[in-house]
Write a protein that binds this ligand. Structure first.
Ligand SMILES: [Zn+2]
Length: 167
């Protein structure tokens, strides 16, 4: 895919939005957005609309194919949802974005973020990242390792989906 896709998630897919960001893809989510406004936003911004809501699929712009829309089956775990999206669109894992706000992360020197990091972490971690938008600091600690493990699991599910679909 030439252009890296960006996503809009419907009101039921907030967890998926956070994990798409961790997988490196821009994902917008607002639990209070109305269906019509969501579809219009996808149309105007040229973004992929992710939905588990058949009502949204029936909207004119979606059923006519004017909006790129991917249906996310209900009853999947968040990791399975992510695997479904990565597999359906053949997307690799990319450098993570901020899970909270969708901002890009930049690598920073440990000294720059020392005030935001517990001393125990400063002793064992050497790589730090800061969100360019909200300023949240991330580091490659045990929490990060468990996030990357879940991302790898989603990518593995995606591979299986692609193999199974015979694409
Ligand atoms: Zn952020």
């Amino acid at each position: 895919m030439a252009e890296e896709p960006a996503f809009l998630c419907d009101a039921m897919l907030g967890g998926l939005a956070r994990w798409l960001r961790a997988a490196g893809y821009s994902a917008w989510f607002d639990p209070h957005v109305a269906d019509g406004a969501l579809v219009r936003k996808a149309l105007e911004a040229g973004k992929w609309l992710l939905t588990s809501d058949s009502g949204i699929q029936d909207r004119h712009a979606v059923s006519e194919g004017l909006v790129r829309c991917l249906f996310v089956p209900r009853g999947l775990s968040t990791v399975e949802q992510l695997g479904h999206v990565l597999g359906s669109l053949d997307l690799p894992l990319r450098p993570s974005r901020c899970m909270d706000c969708d901002g890009e992360l930049e690598a920073v020197e440990p000294a720059e973020v020392a005030a935001c990091v517990p001393p125990k972490v400063r002793r064992v971690c050497t790589e730090f990242f800061r969100c360019r938008v909200c300023g949240k600091v991330y580091w490659h600690g045990t929490h990060w390792v468990s996030i990357r493990k879940r991302l790898a699991r989603a990518r593995e599910l995606a591979g299986r989906l692609q193999g199974g679909a015979g694409r």
